[in-house]
Design a protein around this ligand. Sequence first.
Ligand code: ADP
Ligand code: MG
Length: 277
Amino acid sequence: MKTIFDLRNVSYSYVGKIDALKDVSLKIGLGEHVSIIGSNGSGKSTLLAILNGLIYPTSGDFYAFDNQITEEVFDSIKDNEFRTYFRTKVGFVFQNSDVQLFSPTVFQEIAFGPLQLNISPQEVTTRVENVLEMMQITKLRDRSPHTLSGGEKKKVCIASVLVNNPDVLLLDEPSAGLDPRTQLWLVELLQELGAAGKTIITATHDLEIIDQISKRAIVMGEDHRVKKDGPTIEVLDDMALLLSVNLVHEHMHFHGKTVHEHIHAHIDGHKHEHGNN
Ligand code: ADP
Ligand code: MG
């Protein structure tokens, strides 16, 4: 498998003092489906921002498509050919849809990326219409993105990335705040895109979805280091690990390979018995 991302001893700290990543070394291959899991503040979003070339390692090296990504070459040089290549290859879905959405209509939002390329307006319209249909949001075409529901906004954000047909998708907590039906839709979409050969890297603390969308899970600890990098099913089986990184608590348990939060009905002094709790 061809390596597309290669991090070597990457550390990152904000404003030179807030640690977000510590000594992270990992490779991601073309076509891999990877979850990055960890509790709040463990460094998931920071890792995605590095992979997307939005920020640069404070120390250590990051290579993408065999090119080292540094601020000097990636950010400063105008008309950098590699940066243009990178931007067409890699798509990023932000955690907060409102950060991503800026156009007056859904159609214009999705058309924005393709219009930057050298393709005819008719071709852009065809592409946008295809993506609207694929995402089942054709009826939202003339709506203002900011008036949509959270789930609809997420679909528009994903559509505005997919319309560029990237090989690599980076998604930051894509299932957060979605209702169960939209969450299921998202899982199926990621499975379809994965089957179509896309590289998909998803940051999440939603353990319910990771075995459905990824074969490999990278576990970030609260110390901002990689605690484990291995098969998703092994990670889900390792209760001690999940407890140590604060991804489960004692009131959670597994059904098969899926984790469920145990719902306690504290009615009339009834207390649910849980092992020896
Ligand atoms: P996660 O996505 O896993 O919740 P983040 O990558 O957002 O974690 O954050 C890692 C650490 O970096 C946290 O301690 C967080 O408070 C800090 N951090 C994140 N973004 C910023 C920022 N823009 N400025 C300062 N500190 C930040
Ligand atoms: Mg985050």
